[in-house]
Design a protein around this ligand. Structure first.
Ligand code: AMP
Ligand code: ZN
Length: 134
C-alpha cells in the first residue's frame, strides 16, 4: 500500500526524482539529502510501512540482505573503513520520516559522525524485570 501524503512513498516509487543507487521491485536505494558522511544512503521499501513495528517480515529480511550487498559494493567505491546500519523507530529515537528505511552510513577513521550513547551499568532490577517478562 502507498500513502499519498508520504514523501518516501513518492521517492521510492519514482514520483519524485532522486539520486538512485539501486532499484528492484521491492526497494529503492538513494543518497540521503543530508548525509552524516560521504555516501550516506537509505534503503526504502516501495510499500508504505511506518516503522519496524509495522514492517512485513519478508521485506525486513530482504532489506537486511540488500544492506549487506550494498555496503560490500559501496565500501569498495567509497574507500570507507566501516559502516553503521541505523534504523530509527519513533520520534524519541530520532525518526523524522515515518516510512520505514534503513540508513547505511559509511564510516571513515577519525570522522565526526555523532553516533553513540553513554554506557550505564545494567542494574539487577532491570535485568530481573526484563528476563521475567520474556
Ligand atoms: P530518520 O530521521 O531516521 O527518519 O531519517 C530520515 C532521513 O531522510 C534523514 O537522514 C534525512 O536527511 C533524509 N531525507 C529526508 N527527506 C529526503 C529527501 N527528499 N531525499 C533524500 N533524503 C531525505
Ligand atoms: Zn510511505
Amino acid at each position: 500500500m502507498k500513502d499519498n501524503d508520504c514523501i518516501f512513498c513518492k521517492l521510492a516509487n519514482g514520483d519524485i526524482p532522486t539520486a538512485t543507487l539501486y532499484e528492484d521491485e521491492d526497494f529503492r536505494v538513494i543518497l540521503d539529502a543530508n548525509p552524516a558522511s560521504k555516501g550516506h544512503a537509505l534503503i526504502i521499501p516501495k510499500e508504505h510501512y511506518a516503522d519496524l513495528y509495522e514492517l512485513d517480515d519478508s521485506v525486513a529480511g530482504k532489506a537486511m540482505i540488500l544492506a549487506k550487498k550494498m555496503i560490500a559494493k559501496l565500501t569498495d567505491i567509497l574507500g570507507c573503513d566501516g559502516y553503521n546500519i541505523v534504523q530509527n523507530n519513533g520520534e524519541c529515537a530520532g525518526q523524522t520520516v515515518f516510512h520505514y528505511h534503513l540508513h547505511m552510513i559509511p564510516r571513515y577513521k577519525g570522522d565526526d559522525v555523532g553516533l553513540g550513547w553513554k554506557l550505564n551499568e545494567l542494574t539487577e532490577e532491570d535485568r530481573e524485570y526484563i528476563l521475567s517478562k520474556l
